[in-house]
Design a binder for this molecule. Sequence first.
Ligand SMILES: [Zn+2]
Length: 387
Amino acid sequence: MKTTTGDQALIKRMNTAIVLEAILREAPLSRANISELTGLNKATVSSLVQDLIDNQLVRETGIGASSGGRKPVMLEFVATAGYAVGIDLGVNYLRGVLTDLLGTVVAERTLPLIGVQPEEVFGILRPFIQGLIDAAPGSAFGIVGIGVGVPGLVDRQGTVLYAPNMDWRDVPLRDALNRTFGIPVMIDNEANVGAIGEMKYGIGRGVSNLVYVSVGIGIGTGLILHKELYKGASGFSGEMGHLSIEANGKPCRCGNQGCWELYASEQALLERAAEAGYTGGLDELLAAAEAGDEAVRGMFAEIGRALGVGISNIVNVFNPNAVLIGNRMSRARVWLEDAVRETVERRALNFHLRNVHLLYAELGERSAVMGAAETAIAAFFVRLRSA
Ligand SMILES: [Zn+2]
């Protein structure tokens, strides 16, 4: 008897998830539309929809167009049934958002980070996250999860194995946050969550095979293959910032030399600029380029050519539909894009170039934080399906 009940409960959960996904994708829908879309009979759909309405995940909204008989009541997903926290933990900043279940930003905060030792960062991160949680309106599911993007290698247990620019090794970030807040926590590399953010909410929507190049202090890459994030055998991949582009180039802290990020990152730009007496950071350089400073425009073009060299290799290896430049250097698009495109067109193999698009982050510096929130939302829907 117990088995039968268990099986029935399982079938009901699966069918509920199917109905919910139909509404998420295609709303507004009537009960009859859902029955047609899913192949479930109308009585089953009506009962499952009632459960979803009772759980405040779905609501009735107005009357749809009739195809003959009585006009149907339409259904839509209640995006405010729960909220997610997204965090972009940078080397020298914290950015956080609170979003509803469709990724609409309800609250957003940023904070400079001075220290980088794990204990110092936890001490700032905990109240920062709590502030976002406190900003959430009351809802059926409350805070469904916290997603965090970090500039380093993360294993499947959410431990930051190595974050070179913060000098972190083996920091169990997911466990620490999970203990504090008692809600599910997802940790991933910032380039991976940046790729997810652009795929879900930005210029990467609908692109099947996408390489997201996060150009900040270092360079990270997130790989979307067939619309899924590619994580590699151990949960980490995409350390393309350490592609060698100069066989006898500068030494890198990774142990190799001539790595791409030494020539094409924000850090590379700032070092080059400092030699010429510009010490005000990226904002100063953008303003100078805007004001017509040819020397600064030349520096951006130089970085653009170096970016193009690495992107040519990526295009040749992965044959993606698009390569997307994101993170801080996407702000310099207007000063980079000619140099990037000319270099890629000159260097990448002709066949590979035919369908590849060179894109720039639509979410700008928010790609990672939105992707981090999305990982928490996606995990919530997976739990709903298997709860
Ligand atoms: Zn390196």
